[in-house]
Design a protein around this ligand. Structure first.
Ligand code: 5GP
Ligand code: MN
Length: 361
C-alpha cells in the first residue's frame, strides 16, 4: 500500500495542474482585453463597504497609471468613514447622476465588477450594464451565484476582494506597478473585510499580501484611526442604544439579534454606513454562534447575518432573505413591513435548532 503522503502529493500535483492553467487562461484573456482598452468602468455593489471601495479604487489607480481612462461607478454613496480615501470623491454615484453613469458605461471597452457576483446587487444600475457591449470582468470572493460576467477571477478562499486584486496584479506580472496609494486602498479592503484581522484571515497568504503592502508604505495605524476612530457622536450613541436597548438574546438557540426601525434610525440621524459593524457585536457573547442585524430602510428591510464556526449563514441568506455572501458573513433584503421581517427572522431560528446546537458545542 502506498503511504498516505505520496497519495496526497499526487492529488496536490493534479490539483495544481488542473487549476493553475484555468486561472492563467482567465488572466491572459483579461490581459488581452486590457491591452486594447481605453475606457474602463469599475462597478461595486450598493451600499459599498471598505472592501468594495478599496478594491475599486486600487484598480482605478492601477488602470489610470497604465494610461487607461478608468471611472468608479457606485450604485449608492460611500460611507463617511471612507471619504478620505484617495480620489473616492471622483466616483460617480448612480443615485445622484444616472446620466453620467450611463455615459461612462456605454463608452467603456471593459467593465470590472468588484466585490459582488450578482447583478441584483447593482440596485438599478444592472439595466445599464445589460445594455453595455463591453467585456465584463468579475473579481470577487463571495459564494458563487451563477454566471454573470464574460471573465471571472474569483475565489472564496481569500479574505477579501482587495487581496484578490493584489493577486490578480501579481498574476499579470505587474506587482512592481503597485504604489503606496494602491497599497493603501487594498489595505483598507483587507482590514475591513477581516474585522481588523480577526476573521476570514487564517491564511499566511493574506499576511504575505499585507506584508507586501506595508513594505510599499502603508501606514496601518493611521488607516485604522481613519476608519474606526472617526465616528460621529450620533453613530457612537446609536451603537450604545443598539447594545443597551435593542439587543435580543435567544440563548437556547445560540442566537442574538438587533432590529432597528426607521424611526429609531432617524432618532440618531442615520447616514449610510452608520450601522456598519454593529452586527459583529452580537457574536461577542459567549455561546452565541449566530447574530443578525435587521434594519428598516426606506424601500426595504436589510438583513445582516454573522456566525461563528460551521454555522452557514450564506445558506440562510439565500434561502430566506434573497441574499448571499459568505459562510460566516452574509446579507439580504426583505420587501415587507419591519414587524413582519422581525417575525419571519424569529420564526426561522427554530428550524436550525439542531445545527445551532451543534455549532455551540
Ligand atoms: P453586510 O452584512 O456587512 O452588509 O454584508 C456581509 C456580507 O454579505 C458581504 O460579503 C456582502 O457582500 C454580503 N451581502 C450583504 N447584503 C447582501 C445582499 O443583499 N445580497 C447578497 N447576495 N449578498 C449580500
Ligand atoms: Mn468583500
Amino acid at each position: 500500500m502506498k503511504p498516505l503522503s505520496s497519495v496526497l502529493s499526487k492529488i496536490l500535483i493534479l490539483y495544481f495542474i488542473y487549476t493553475i492553467p484555468v486561472k492563467n487562461e482567465v488572466v491572459s484573456k483579461i490581459r488581452q482585453a486590457l491591452s486594447g482598452a481605453r475606457e474602463v468602468s469599475i462597478l461595486t455593489h450598493t451600499n459599498p463597504d471598505g472592501d468594495a471601495i478599496g478594491s475599486a479604487l486600487a484598480l482605478y489607480h492601477f488602470l489610470r497609471a497604465k494610461g487607461i481612462n478608468a471611472h468608479v461607478l457606485l450604485p449608492s454613496m460611500y460611507p463617511d468613514f471612507l471619504a478620505w480615501m484617495p480620489e473616492v470623491a471622483n466616483s460617480v454615484i448612480f443615485e445622484d447622476d444616472e446620466e453620467l453613469c450611463g455615459r461612462y458605461l456605454s463608452e467603456s471597452d471593459m467593465v470590472f465588477c468588484v466585490d459582488f457576483n450578482s447583478p441584483d446587487r447593482l440596485d438599478g444600475m444592472e439595466k445599464m450594464l445589460e445594455l453595455s457591449k463591453a467585456t465584463t470582468v468579475l473579481i470577487d470572493h463571495h459564494v458563487d451565484r451563477g454566471h454573470f460576467c464574460d471573465l471571472a477571477y474569483k475565489s472564496i478562499h481569500v479574505s477579501s476582494t482587495a487581496e484578490l486584486i493584489y493577486r490578480f496584479i501579481e498574476e499579470l506580472g505587474e506587482q512592481a506597478q503597485v504604489d503606496a496609494t494602491m497599497a493603501t486602498c487594498l489595505y483598507v479592503g483587507i482590514m475591513t473585510d477581516t474585522g481588523s484581522f480577526s476573521y476570514a484571515c487564517n491564511s499566511s497568504d493574506t499576511f504575505r499580501v499585507v506584508s507586501a503592502l506595508m513594505a510599499l508604505g502603508v501606514d496601518a495605524e493611521h488607516i485604522h484611526r481613519m476608519v474606526y476612530d472617526t465616528y460621529s457622536e450620533e453613530r457612537l450613541r446609536l451603537l450604545g442604544f443598539c447594545l443597551s436597548d435593542k439587543l435580543m438574546v435567544m440563548p437556547e438557540f445560540g442566537t442574538a439579534y438587533i432590529a432597528l426601525s426607521q424611526k429609531e434610525l432617524e432618532r440618531f440621524h442615520y447616514k449610510n454606513g452608520d450601522t456598519e459593524g454593529v452586527v459583529n457585536y452580537t457574536l461577542g457573547i459567549k455561546g452565541i454562534v449566530f447574530g443578525a442585524l435587521i434594519t428598516e430602510r426606506k424601500d426595504r428591510i436589510k438583513i445582516s447575518l454573522r456566525s461563528k464556526g460551521n454555522f452557514d449563514v450564506n445558506r440562510i441568506a439565500v434561502e430566506h432573505f434573497n441574499g448571499g455572501g459568505h459562510k460566516n458573513a452574509s446579507g439580504g433584503d426583505l420587501y415587507c413591513s419591519f414587524d413582519e421581517a422581525v417575525k419571519l427572522f424569529r420564526s426561522i431560528i427554530p428550524m436550525y435548532g439542531v445545527e445551532l446546537k451543534k455549532a455551540k458545542e
